[in-house]
Every structure is written in structure tokens, then in C-alpha cells.
Design a binder for this molecule. Structure first.
Ligand SMILES: CC(C)(COP(=O)(O)OP(=O)(O)OC[C@H]1O[C@@H](n2cnc3c(N)ncnc32)[C@H](O)[C@@H]1OP(=O)(O)O)[C@@H](O)C(=O)NCCC(=O)NCCS
Length: 339
């Protein structure tokens, strides 16, 4: 007997965005002395002036409740209408239950399918692509996609290659049905030959096997900065171009470009090599937010819409890339102005 298929070929769009930035602002001047650096060097090489840091007793889920509640309110839906929660993170300190289920419990979304994805700085754009496919395939009507990190728990404040880059924050969107296409095709993939370029090691098993933090160190992010920089600059421009082409538009039809906020020089280079015209607003949230991995794109989206309210409902190219190395890009219609 043939089984039934629930595919609806339903279009979707981002209905709303919400952001949470921890209160504590950490300027470069606080970080520089620990890594023999200067505010000037950090600003010149990355564009970062300051970043936000969560309190010690503030968990990733605490922060994500704040961002998600804003997104839900702005989308004008009830919590029990959320069918699925996709939580992109690499800094949740539990393997199970997931951050998504903890968030669901705190929101009162007791029946939503809920799970975490580990795709580092591409996690949010992976999640957006998956949410659009869930809705198209009939597996969900409303999806909460969260990108959230408390990277301060997994960053060595004395590591010259990472201490000034990584930061804390959470961004969330509600994705739901739409009459027209509000999320273009996702161009995603990986370059696993470079999977040792960014790591979060050692494994917790080291501690089970009798080693101490003194022996093997705490699991912290490590990266080969130049290698990642070169890869992002050369490999991500074609991915962005493919996403624009797949959406059936040209760069001139974009109103905004919201790339992962890894380094402002990477952003500048992508703008140039992709031929993004001056008319396109480019997100530069990195200056006051640092690199928040999976949270960086929704945080930058929220800030861009605050700074430029005319961008609500206009087309933006999103491109996420990071540890794996993995990437995903899509053109989306930015959420409408909340009521
Ligand atoms: C990390 C990063 C900012 C370093 O910048 P860079 O220009 O590549 O720096 P380099 O490692 O080539 O070092 C250049 C010089 O600065 C020095 N330097 C390195 N880190 C420094 C620091 N934190 N402060 C001051 N000086 C530093 C080096 O010693 C070197 O000095 P030298 O020329 O006298 O030998 C840059 O590589 C980067 O942003 N990479 C991408 C990282 C990223 O996006 N990761 C996340 C991906 S999701």
C-alpha cells in the first residue's frame, strides 16, 4: 500500500527576529593586557571595539529565553503554535537534554519537536534552510530558529588567537508560512579537509579517563586565524554568488548583506569580490558584538533593522561559515515591521 505524503510545497519567510545581548560590555582595553595586544591592533585587524559577556550565573538558555520571547511576540503567534525549535550552538555544556528542549520547557512550548544542531558559525543559516524545508515539506507550520552562544565559557582569555574575537549573545527568528517565496534556496556544504582549522578540544572524555584540566587544559576554541581568513575570503564569495543566482536575482536586487560577523576585513573582502553595490546596507555588528558564532547573523539582522527600519521586508543575503569548515547561504526577505 502506498503511504501518504504530507508535502504542501508551502512557501515560508522570516516573520520576526529577536535579540539578547548580555548587559556587560567588554572593551578591547580589558582584553588586550592579557594577550600582549592593544585596542588599536584589535580594531585594525578585526574591526572589533567591544563585545558583550554573560554573567557567570547566566546560562545560554537564560539568554535564549529573552531572545525567543521577543521573536514570538513580534511574530504575533502563541507559543503553542510553534511546531519545531532548532537551536544552533556549539557552547551548550550538556549533551542531553538539548538546549532546544530546555528552551521549550522555559517557553511553555511543551509539544514542539526540539533539537540542537552543531554547525558552528554556519548553524543559524543551516537552521534557516532546514526550517524552510520543514515548512515546504509539511513537517511544521511555525519554526523557532535560535542561534545562541556563551563562548566566554570556552575561550581562553590568554589565547592571542581567540581571546579578542569570541563573545556571548543570542538571536532568534520565527519562520512561518508565506504566500510568496521569502527564503530562497540554501547553498550549503562543507570543506572537511579544513576541519582542524577551528577546534574545541580536548574531549570531556579526557577527564573521565583520569586527566585533569591541569594535564590537558579546559575545552577551549582554538583556531588557525590566517588559514580561516584566507579560506573565508576565497571560498565564500562563490557561495554567496550561487545563493543570489539560485534566488533568481542579482546583487543589485539586494537591500542588505548580513554575513557571519567573523572579522570586518573578511566582510569588506566579500563585499568587493562579490560585487555588492554601494546601495546595499552591509551589517557590521561585529564592531560592538564581536564574533558570537551561531548568534552573529540574527543579532546583526536585528541591529540592522533597528538602524535602518526601511529594510523591513526587503531582500538580504545571509552567509554563515565556520568550524568544520561548514557553510550555508540564502537570500531571505527580512521580517516585516512588528505591529
Ligand atoms: C585572528 C586574526 C585577527 C589574526 O590576524 P592576522 O592578521 O592573521 O594576524 P597574524 O596571525 O598574521 O599575525 C600578524 C602579526 O600580529 C601579531 N599578533 C597575533 N595576534 C596578535 C594579537 N592578539 N595582538 C597583537 N598582535 C598579534 C603576530 O605575532 C604577528 O606579528 P609579526 O608580524 O611581528 O610576526 C585573523 O587571522 C582572523 O580574523 N582570522 C579569521 C578568524 C575567524 O574569523 N575565525 C572565526 C571563523 S568562524
Amino acid at each position: 500500500m502506498t503511504l501518504a505524503n504530507n508535502a504542501k510545497n508551502q512557501n515560508s519567510r522570516i516573520l520576526s527576529v529577536g535579540a539578547y545581548r548580555p548587559e556587560t560590555v567588554v572593551p578591547n582595553s580589558e582584553i588586550a593586557p592579557l594577550i600582549d595586544s592593544t585596542d588599536e591592533w584589535i580594531q585594525q585587524r578585526t574591526g572589533i571595539q567591544s563585545r558583550h559577556r554573560a554573567k557567570d550565573d547566566q546560562s545560554l538558555v537564560d539568554m535564549s529565553v529573552e531572545a525567543a520571547q521577543i521573536a514570538i511576540k513580534r511574530a504575533n503567534i502563541a507559543v503553542d503554535q510553534i511546531d519545531s525549535i532548532i537551536f544552533a550552538t556549539i557552547s551548550y555544556p550538556y549533551q542531553a537534554p538539548s538546549a532546544a528542549t530546555e528552551l521549550a520547557a522555559r517557553l511553555g512550548a511543551n509539544k514542539a519537536a526540539a533539537f540542537d544542531i552543531s554547525a558552528a558559525c554556519a548553524g543559524f543559516t543551516y537552521g534557516v534552510g532546514m526550517a524552510a524545508d520543514f515548512i515546504r515539506g509539511g513537517s511544521a507550520k511555525y519554526v523557532l530558529v535560535v542561534g545562541g552562544e556563551k563562548l566566554s565559557d570556552f575561550t581562553d582569555p590568554t589565547d592571542r588567537a581567540t581571546a579578542f574575537i569570541f563573545a556571548d549573545g543570542v538571536g532568534a527568528v520565527i519562520i512561518g508560512p508565506s504566500e510568496s517565496v521569502g527564503i530562497g534556496p540554501t547553498i550549503w556544504g562543507s570543506d572537511v579537509t579544513n576541519r582542524d582549522a577551528i577546534t574545541l578540544e580536548p574531549s570531556f572524555l579526557e577527564f573521565k579517563n583520569g586527566k585533569s584540566v591541569e594535564d590537558v587544559g579546559w575545552p577551549n576554541i582554538a583556531q588557525e586565524g590566517q588559514r580561516v581568513f584566507r579560506w573565508a575570503v576565497y571560498e565564500m564569495a562563490p557561495v554567496g554568488r550561487l545563493a543570489i543566482e539560485a534566488a533568481g536575482i542579482t546583487a543589485a536586487d539586494l537591500a542588505a548583506f548580513i554575513p557571519h560577523q567573523a572579522n570586518e576585513r573578511i566582510i569588506d573582502s566579500l563585499v568587493k569580490s562579490m560585487g555588492i553595490p554601494d546601495s546595499v546596507e552591509v551589517a557590521r555588528d561585529i564592531r560592538t558584538t564581536g564574533n558570537t558564532s551561531s548568534a552573529s547573523i540574527p543579532l546583526a539582522m536585528d541591529q540592522l533593522l533597528i538602524d535602518h527600519p526601511d529594510l523591513h521586508g526587503k531582500n538580504a543575503l545571509l552567509i554563515g561559515f565556520g568550524a568544520g569548515l561548514v557553510y550555508a547561504a540564502q537570500v531571505v526577505e527580512l521580517p516585516p515591521k512588528p505591529n
